[in-house]
Design a protein around this ligand. Structure first.
Ligand code: KIV
Length: 252
């Protein structure tokens, strides 16, 4: 059970692996914190699983500030990672100003998508004293340019790019990096090459930890769940049951 980002190197060296979950609101954050989850991520998956948008590109800084503040009010222990949303880090100056807005909500660190191509922004954030988490592999904010969600690390060229991105982020001083939808052997290789903790999603079990979108874990977003995400509860089913029971009682 983590209380500070400073514990990450020790956890990478000796375990246990990091258990990370997303949160977007106060009650969920409070329950996950009480349960002992290591890190909470206010992901821009918010757009899809909470706000009903088709992808993450419609998420704004104001939305992230609103939800990061709510999550941070619910947490007394777990460090909170806050996502910089689409088009909020177009320049290094913009990246630092928006990262600072999320830190002012109570986040412990910020995350953005991209590696070598985002180095000026990543360096500016770290130089401003803001702890940074990278995100490489399949990048949901690029879904429109890429024409879909595609697994990374299937070709020699793709593997070279991923390793270059991971090493660039690591050398810049990231505390951790998310490896999303990467061929497992490549994610394992990256994990052994970098000092930062790797947090995988759809990238096999060889990373330093795992992250899941909490509605996928709880079965509270029943309309879509990625194949690698195992639902361990049926909150949607239980909600329907309770609502129908209430309606039957009121209407009888
Ligand atoms: O937005 C998010 O929830 C994420 C995870 C999928 C890693 O970035």
């Amino acid at each position: 059970m983590m209380t500070s980002l400073s514990e990450l190197p020790q956890r990478k060296a000796s375990g246990p692996k990091l258990a990370v979950l997303t949160a977007y609101d106060y009650p969920t954050a409070r329950m996950l914190d009480d349960a002992g989850v290591d890190l909470l991520l206010v992901g821009d998956s918010l757009g899809m699983v909470v706000l009903g948008l088709p992808d993450t590109t419609g998420v704004t800084m104001d939305m992230m500030v609103h939800h990061t503040s709510a999550v941070c009010r619910g947490v007394t222990r777990a460090p909170v990672i806050a996502d910089l949303p689409f088009a909020s880090y177009l320049t290094p100056e913009m990246a630092v100003a928006n990262a600072q807005r999320l830190m002012d909500c109570g986040a412990a660190c910020v995350k953005l998508e991209g590696g070598v191509s985002m180095l000026p922004q990543i360096r500016a954030i770290i130089d401003a004293g803001i702890p940074f988490v990278g995100h490489i592999g399949m990048l949901p904010q690029s879904v429109r340019e890429e024409g879909g969600y595609k697994k990374k690390g299937k070709t020699a060229e793709s593997i070279d790019h991923l390793i270059a991105d991971a090493q660039a982020i690591d050398q810049a001083g990231a505390v951790a990096m998310v490896l999303e939808s990467i061929v497992p052997a490549v994610a394992t290789q990256i994990t052994s090459l970098v000092k930062a903790s790797t947090i995988g999603i759809g990238a096999g079990t060889g990373t330093d930890g795992q992250v899941l979108v909490t509605p996928d874990l709880l079965g509270s977003f029943p309309w879509f769940r990625p194949p690698f995400a195992k639902a361990r509860a049926d909150v949607a089913g239980e909600t329907l049951r309770a609502v129908r029971e209430y309606m039957a009682e009121v209407q009888s």
